[in-house]
Design a binder for this molecule. Structure first.
Ligand code: GLC
Length: 422
């Protein structure tokens, strides 16, 4: 096998479309929001200029209200469903109408820290401060109307964990009547047994059609959605993004942005406490429409360590991962093996995802949980050595699943090989 670093770089180059990178050929032929932020971190290891461009392209498609869409359809491609004709968001360059985890603040700070050309980095980082700040502001305005300090997702795709067990209960309330007939494309590129079910796809589409009928007006969508879930992982990424943006903005002299983002981060960390489950030793999702915690122990509540949570919480999460590790060959499974709904091969219902491992390892390392952070990094590198740069992996036997030559997997491997976060 070629040197893993060279191999990772070749994956990133193969998927590079000039000013943006596709997650993988075939299955995902456009630009995805949080994929792009991880991609930029990976690119910074061998091409700083290209890394900044990745982030700039993403923010060039920010909506006027501040939202940054989850997909940007730069080119026409029939290989993906639902395409721009289904979303109908009316943008010059077509985009989806929902968002994804706000990794940008974290990525920006990381890019700046890694940069060798500090003058270029300061100029390009400064230009991104305001757009990222506006996105954060959009979250706290449109997705936290009660000013609780935590935001809700209104579609499972926003969490980036499309078919997580976390959504099963609240998703059951989403109707399926009246959806237009459709043909899925994902199951032509990947094994249907490793992808979401038809029933889930019907509900994904019902929500898209519902929001479309409301003209994608973000002043209306949150309250009008039958699906409103406060995901600890999603919030922790946003909180970390706010904290990192605040620090970098302070360093670059943008003091108002620094202050606002520091406040959001502080309030968010405090509010996360309400999602803690002593029984599971991790955070849980909150169903905002019923006001109850969802009894589903997934990596959503584990990747919350990426926010600056109290050290004793990080220690408890470490124990929880250690207990999962007794029953799996590779960590961190996307769902607890204690749960009968765990499925080792089905997408976000059990498999290991290396980007998530990266976020967890970064968080644990910062909390002083070095041994577990190192174990996660080791497990991740074993997976790529055994099974290549797959989209996700079976935690029991390491089988590669979903798309191959996957961009964000390669990107975080470059971090691991460079000794990050260890
Ligand atoms: C899938 C994943 C999502 C990711 C996208 C592109 O939809 O669930 O998190 O952003 O693929 O890789």
């Amino acid at each position: 096998m070629t040197d893993p670093r060279d191999h990772a770089i070749s994956v990133l180059k193969e998927n590079d479309r000039g000013t943006y990178t596709v997650p993988t050929k075939g299955l995902y032929p456009f630009q995805w929001n949080w994929d792009s932020c991880f991609t930029a971190i990976g690119q910074a290891h061998f091409d700083e200029d290209r890394a900044w461009t990745e982030m700039e392209t993403l923010f060039a498609h920010q909506w006027d209200d501040g939202m940054v869409p989850h997909i940007i359809f730069h080119v026409h491609d029939d290989g993906y469903f639902p395409g721009p004709d289904v979303w109908q968001t009316g943008r010059a360059v077509r985009t989806s109408g929902i968002t994804q985890p706000a990794v940008a603040g974290f990525a920006l700070k990381r890019l700046f820290a890694m940069s060798k050309d500090k003058a270029m980095a300061a100029r390009r980082a400064r230009a991104l401060l305001e757009p990222i700040h506006r996105w954060h502001q959009w979250f706290y305005t449109c997705r936290d109307p009660g000013a609780e300090g935590l935001v809700a997702i209104i579609h499972p795709w926003e969490a980036g964990r499309d078919n997580s067990i976390d959504w099963d209960e609240p998703f059951a309330r989403v109707p399926t009547d009246g959806i237009d007939p459709y043909v899925r494309r994902d199951t032509q590129h990947a094994d249907p047994a490793h992808r979401p079910t038809k029933e889930q796809y019907d509900r994904y589409l019902w929500l898209v059609q519902h929001f479309r009928a409301l003209g994608w007006d973000n002043n209306k969508l949150h309250d009008a959605s039958p699906f409103q879930v406060v995901d600890p992982g999603f919030n922790a990424i946003l909180i970390r993004g706010c904290a990192d943006l605040s620090e970098l903005a302070g360093e670059l002299g943008a003091h108002q942005i620094a202050a606002a983002n520091r406040d959001w981060a502080q309030k968010g960390v405090g509010a996360l406490e309400a999602l803690w489950s002593e029984k599971h030793g991790q955070y849980l999702c909150l169903d905002r429409t019923t006001g109850t915690l969802i009894d589903s122990a997934s990596i959503g509540g584990i990747m919350a360590v990426i926010a600056n949570i109290p050290a004793y919480r990080a220690a408890a999460i470490t124990r929880t991962i250690a207990s999962e590790a007794e029953r799996t060959r590779y960590v961190v499974p996307s769902h607890s093996l204690d749960d009968p709904r765990f499925d080792a091969k089905r997408y976000w219902r059990g498999p290991v995802w290396l980007v998530v491992n990266y976020l967890i390892a970064v968080g644990l390392k910062a909390a002083g949980e070095d041994a577990m952070a190192e174990k996660i990094v080791r497990s991740s590198l074993e997976l790529i050595e055994k099974s290549g740069f797959a989209e996700y992996y079976d935690p029991l036997d390491g089988e590669p699943l979903g798309g191959r030559t996957f961009t964000w997997t390669a990107a975080v491997v470059l971090e691991f090989l460079a000794g990050e976060p260890a």
